[in-house]
Ligand binder design. Structure first.
Ligand SMILES: CCCCCC/C=C\CC(=O)SCCNC(=O)CCNC(=O)[C@H](O)C(C)(C)COP(=O)(O)OP(=O)(O)OC[C@H]1O[C@@H](n2cnc3c(N)ncnc32)[C@H](O)[C@@H]1OP(=O)(O)O
Length: 279
């Protein structure tokens, strides 16, 4: 766990413009890199996990950024260089109250629907770990730049006794190809940056100190691509996947809640959560 001092060290002092989000969404900050480029920083200690509130704040932030016609590109990053996002908040799935569990999953679907379908050019700056839901956040971006060496990325759901939903699995297959996806999903593989680059899960791998400067350079470059053609191309590439989930949202909620509430799944989730806390 990060102490306050360790977190302060792990987080660089970010040159932030005044936040354009109300303070109630303090788990995230939004600033401008240029008049047309927004930066969305995950800032929920200690691990940027996606709780119900974090997931809602995330999609609300993306929607607010999108609503500003002067913004054409978005950089997604974490305030910690150690953890991009540790994925879904596992405590949301451990001994859950069923109504909240269903709302939680709708909010997670919402993060996907907001960013994957975004008209914006998007770059994920992955300086730290990005397992499972953390990998999901980065997969929704158009371009991924990651730190080499230490941090891991991938879909490790099977290690928790759960499975990635079909829309996350599909996005992963689209990105790394069928065989790489099968191998990784069945084993719950977490890749180093170099391994992720080899399978196409990320687009560039750099030493930590170069990741954020390079991500900024790339997002500023993507922001200059004519917005209308880019947005339509993204719609053509991703629209069918987004529409499929929109049409089957509640069936997906039923799948998730039934799977998670099952006794065996609950045992596995609790054991995994306990093992994390004992570390
Ligand atoms: C039908 C089912 C459908 C399922 C849906 C599928 C989609 C996504 C699934 C998920 O995202 S599940 C979450 C998967 N995530 C993980 O497996 C990562 C778990 N975390 C770690 O491995 C490590 O925390 C780390 C990311 C490698 C970082 O390690 P570090 O040593 O730097 O930090 P820690 O001390 O381990 O963690 C700090 C603090 O955070 C708590 N924590 C970490 N991750 C989670 C989490 N995902 N949910 C809840 N809490 C988490 C950890 O317990 C520590 O807490 P304290 O000990 O400080 O209380």
């Amino acid at each position: 766990m990060f102490s306050t001092a360790a977190r302060a060290l792990a987080s660089r002092s970010l040159p932030r413009a005044p936040s354009i989000l109300p303070p109630s969404r303090s788990m995230l900050t939004v600033s401008r890199l240029s008049p047309s480029v927004a930066e969305l920083t995950l800032d929920k200690a200690p691990a940027n996990t996606l709780s119900l509130e974090m997931a809602l704040a995330f999609s609300a932030a993306v929607s607010e950024i999108e609503a500003d016609p002067s913004v054409t590109a978005l950089l997604l990053r974490s305030s910690s260089t150690k953890i991009f996002s540790a994925g879904l908040d596992i405590s949301e799935m451990s001994g859950p109250e069923p109504a909240r569990l269903a709302d939680f999953w709708r909010a997670i679907q919402g993060t996907y629907l907001s960013l994957y379908s975004s008209r914006l050019a998007t770059v994920a700056c992955i300086e730290g770990h990005a397992p499972a839901g953390g990998c999901l956040l980065s997969l929704m971006a158009d371009y991924r730049i990651m730190t080499g060496g230490g941090p891991r990325i991938g879909l490790n759901e099977t290690a928790l006794g759960i499975a990635a939903p079909y829309w996350l699995k599909d996005m992963f297959v689209e990105t790394v190809g069928r065989r790489n996806a099968e191998l990784a999903l069945l084993k719950g593989t977490l890749f180093t940056g170099e391994e992720a680059l080899a399978v196409g899960l990320v687009d560039e791998v750099l030493p930590l100190e170069e990741v954020y400067p390079r991500a900024k350079e790339e997002v500023l470059k993507l922001a200059r691509i004519p917005a209308k053609g880019r947005a339509e191309t993204k719609r053509l590439l991703r629209g069918a996947a987004v529409d499929e989930l929109l049409a089957g949202r509640e069936a997906d909620v039923a799948w998730f809640t039934e799977f998670v509430l099952e006794e065996g799944t609950q045992k596995g989730i609790k054991a995994y959560l306990d093992s994390l806390k004992k570390k």
